[in-house]
Design a protein around this ligand. Structure first.
Ligand SMILES: Cc1ncc(COP(=O)(O)O)c(C=O)c1O
Length: 347
């Protein structure tokens, strides 16, 4: 693999105690081109602007998908990535649905590991901080015609980050707009899923919420996801999350939390949760907790749910399941607890 190092690191210009999510990028990036039906050799180069044409296929037709994962600084100072092979597989699931070429595992993993070794100093050392990793693939032929691209580009960027949503959030149950439909691309991390979600989310923010809880496309009767996170609620002593479908992204945090909770012998169920059930649990006080699950925020507690002009307060106990789960995951990631599921991939 060709590696071109930056002549001068930018690390000293970044304030690691005050990081805004996704604003600072490490010194290098990994780039690999797919041309004439084959992946070319990958390359590491200084992070920077690239020369692309305005006829770039991805800008017009949206053949583009991304991933998000994190590298953590362990208590012993070593660096470890959380479940990178799961993100690799999911990127190829997105790629298949969007008719993009499958990325070989060695290109993904060797590119990632070489990049992390080179930019290891960019993995923050403070608690709740990490290096966010953004692998993505986009169609890079230069033509405007609504047919699949011939060329593709696979890139990995990294970005040091602090906590994503500080504090709890108030969310609105969305009963008009839809994130995903059956037979569509909701289960992928297609760029367009996010572009389509900005408008409804913006409307919810104007109404004083931070995010929306997406509901099913047909009747808006069942809850599906919370913004760009999977959702879990605690009713009584049961932890509930909607079952996966082609409208829901199979979150790696969701899967990890399910495994962790089952390992702890908690009552955790993947089943349909209707808006009616959620609202009556909020009314009668059996809704004990609600939280989003995702790479960026890990666990993001919900302290209020809005539905049809009513706002229901949701408890956010300091000793609740959300906090126990967050602590449990953090301890595995930082090497303070046993990694019994072999989730951590040392660099
Ligand atoms: C729509 C959506 N749902 C759920 C998730 C959570 O997935 P993961 O835990 O793999 O980050 C994400 C990504 O972070 C997402 O974009």
């Amino acid at each position: 693999m060709k590696i071109t190092r930056t002549p001068k690191s930018r690390i000293d210009s970044v304030d690691f105690s005050n990081l805004t999510f996704g604003q600072n990028f490490a010194d290098h990036m990994f780039v690999c081109q797919y041309k004439n039906g084959a992946w070319q050799e990958g390359e590491i180069m200084p992070y920077g602007k690239v020369n692309l044409s305005y006829s770039l296929h991805a800008l017009h037709y949206g053949q583009a998908a991304f991933e998000g994962m994190k590298a953590y600084r362990k208590a012993d100072g070593k660096v470890s990535v959380f479940r990178p092979l799961d993100n690799f597989r999911r990127l190829n699931i997105s790629g298949e649905r969007l008719l993009m070429p499958q990325i070989p595992e060695d290109i993904f993993m060797e590119g990632l590991m070489a990049l992390l070794k080179l930019d290891e100093e960019w993995v923050p050392k403070s608690a709740d901080h990490s290096l966010y990793i953004r692998p993505f693939i986009f169609s890079s032929s230069e033509f405007i015609a609504a047919r699949p691209s011939e060329d593709y580009t696979f890139v990995i960027l990294t970005s040091p980050v602090g906590p994503y949503y500080p504090g709890s959030v108030k969310v609105k149950i969305e009963d008009k707009f839809t994130r995903a439909t059956s037979g569509g691309i909701g289960f992928t991390k297609a760029a367009g899923n996010y572009g389509g979600a900005f408008y409804p989310t913006h409307k919810a923010i104007e109404e004083g919420f931070k995010q929306v809880i997406w509901t099913d496309h047909k009747e808006h009767k069942y809850i599906e996801e919370s913004g760009t996170m999977n959702i879990m609620v605690r009713i009584g002593d049961s932890l509930l999350t909607p079952p996966l479908s082609d409208r829901i992204l199979a979150g790696i945090t969701r899967d990890s939390i399910l495994k962790l909770c089952r390992d702890w012998n908690l009552d955790v169920q993947e089943r349909l949760i209707s808006v009616d059930e959620l609202v009556s649990a909020a009314r009668d006080g059996s809704l004990k907790e609600a939280f989003g699950m995702g790479t960026a925020a890990v666990v993001s507690t919900i302290d209020g749910i809005g539905y049809k002009n009513e706002i229901f307060t949701v408890p956010t106990p300091k000793d609740g399941f959300a906090m126990k789960i967050k602590k449990g995951l953090t301890e595995i990631r930082t090497g303070l607890a046993e990694d019994k599921f072999s989730w951590m991939h040392n660099i």
